[in-house]
Design a protein around this ligand. Sequence first.
Ligand code: ADP
Ligand code: MG
Length: 795
Amino acid sequence: MIQLKNICKTYVTGDFKQVALDGVSLNFRESEFVAILGKSGSGKTTLLNVLGGLDQYDNGDLIINGRSTKEFKESDWDSYRNNSVGFIFQSYNLISHLSIIDNVEMGMTLSGVSSAEKHKKALDVLEKVGLGKHLHKKPNQLSGGQMQRVAIARALANDPDIILADEPTGALDTQTSVQIMELIKEIAKEKLVVMVTHNPELATEYADRIVQFADGKVVDDSYPFLESSINNKYNPKKTSMNYLTALKLSAKNITTKKWRTAITAVASSIGIIGVAIVLSLSNGFDKQINQFEKDSLSNYPITIGKTAISMQTAPRMQGDKDKKLKEFPDTNVIYPYDTSEESNAHVNKITKEYVNYVEKLDTSLLDGISYTRNVNMNLLKMEDGKATSLSMSAAGFMTYPSKDNSFKDNYIKEYYDMLSGEYPQSKTDLILVTDQYNQIDKNILKALGFADDKDSIDYDTIVGTEFKLIYNDDYYKKAGKYFVIDGTPTDLSNLYNSKQAVTLRISGIARIKKDVNISALSAGVAYSDELAKDFITNAKNSEIVKAQQKVDYNVMNGSILAEESESGVAMSSPGSASSNGAPNMMSGNSGQVTLSKEDVLEALGAANIPSSISIYPVDFEAKEQITDYLDKWNTKLEEKNQIQYTDMAAMITNLSGNIMDAITIVLVAFAGISLVVSMIMIGIIIYISVLERTREIGVLRALGARKKDITRVFNAEIFIIGASSGIFAIAISYLLTIPVNAVLYNVTDLKNVAQLNPIHAVILILISVVLTLIGGFIPAKMAAKKDPVVALRSE
Ligand code: ADP
Ligand code: MG
């Protein structure tokens, strides 16, 4: 059934060639006990290894059940070893970290026999060799004879056709040797047993056939078998170790060196701990910053002004609008541009429709909206018994944000304290706003008619002060060609006291609340937009406005008005440089203020479109909805017709977010270096483990394990180390956040800064596993490549 035909095998070490088998031809019967005798170094072990498919012959042929092995693939040899051959070694070669029963089951484990069947077979053979009571002992708890019995049981377990025994009694005393020989002889009744021995007495006493060996050649054969074998089918089952088996095997191995594994895992976890702490800190700081920004920036308004600054858009080339200009370009040209054209500021043309659109905003999203209008309402004040006109700009007039006409849920109530008096109750109520030091510019106070030469002014002096609002038709009277203020230059008292005059009153003094970070109002007088709207509605139909609309000179004094300049269109002529959008307060040849007709009409109250709108969201979420709403307006519009808003808070938030991200990346990179170190360390540890387990690798291969299975065993070990070090690292990191937070709380008053994101934790465990797998990849491959013969010879 098994035939060696002129087998040759030469070992080459450097220049030296050692012929181990030199044309060996032998036929074996299906069941017989063959003893091979010969001097040390004569090639007996080599012959057995070739017979068992553990070593490859150079020349000749090995025929198994009539099938030549010349074309055998690696996997064929693996299954041949696993199914057809059982090895018994002089030094037993049991896997020391596995129990007796596990050792016996290993071959069957490799060929995927079910665990129940495996167990039953293992029990049977162990019973047969007389070790039924030692199932769960480890090999080192047995005597030499017992260990060899285990090895025999292992060889028999998978019910092979051939048992190959290499000096099985070489390490045993005579009495034990006899027992082992009896056992082997028993086996040889059913199987082919080929046993190498240096003991001729034992051979002659027990063997059926003695083959004498010398210098790699057969010199004598006591009972040759001359028939050439008939063509039997040979088709053994393929072997395959599943991942779970690999994992169990490695887990068992790892338990034998708990401390080393633990220390390895701890050491390689340090990198992960570093990264985890950095991430948890950055995560926490991010949250803190976000919270802080939400708290502090939520009352930053979204503003829609004449221009919108967008930090992202670079200016474009004048000639070629598609070409964006680069910062700090590396060129030898300069780019001329027109200042009146948009550079990177977008020019908004706010229309009546747009104002209506904004007014339809869901009020629940708003703290309020405020409008800036360049209207100059006609206001009079009484000072020292004399009525004089009050300049709105000098007195720091501004509208306060509000969201409806009710004056109930007022923006002022939410963000301002009333130092004296009461919150505005109607549209004719004004409030005086101070800064957080109770200061107000003395020029403003002077303009309002309050003494400016005192160090302090009592609240009572201010609260209740009245002003009069006079509508255009009462205020301006035509005198000859021009309009003049009725009663000027001598006395405005008649106007002040007339019944058409609307009484305005300072209802109280307001100051920003302590915990509010941004003040919507600067120090001065704040009034409601309703008041301005009233005035504008009335003013539109007034005589002076109608008159002004007809002519191109100022109807109050005949002065020439500047040409209307429309923003965004280049039409500047030499000498009249006008900057985009803003009223030309500083332009003109003479340096005088040159107003346009538009400006004058606006001041008279003829324009009902505000020059800018500020929207105050209730919170960050509301702000997003508001910006979405505003963005919707632009969707179908060309870029130049779009109305863009400026969201200062978002700009600040983006900036701080970017900085935080940058810091995190740098820190993670540093911590990452230690990850690389742990990876290398894992590589070294696995390499040592490979060296230590060389013999085990040999045994596994002899039992039919594929190279792949060996890789699996080591990968499983690496996986266990990687996963446990990752889990350990995450556990430690979670624990470390406690003292880290305590320290940070002490130093910065910030609570719970370090927070490890669970997603990060999972990712880090995965990274730990992946890195260790990478680190252990090469050693695991090395293990798989080990020549089983060399592996078994190693000590
Ligand atoms: P035996 O088992 O009869 O003592 P071996 O089969 O172990 O002999 O060895 C036969 C010859 O081959 C010896 O000279 C030995 O030194 C040599 N040999 C065995 N294995 C190797 C090897 N892996 N590399 C080089 N030479 C080897
Ligand atoms: Mg030998």
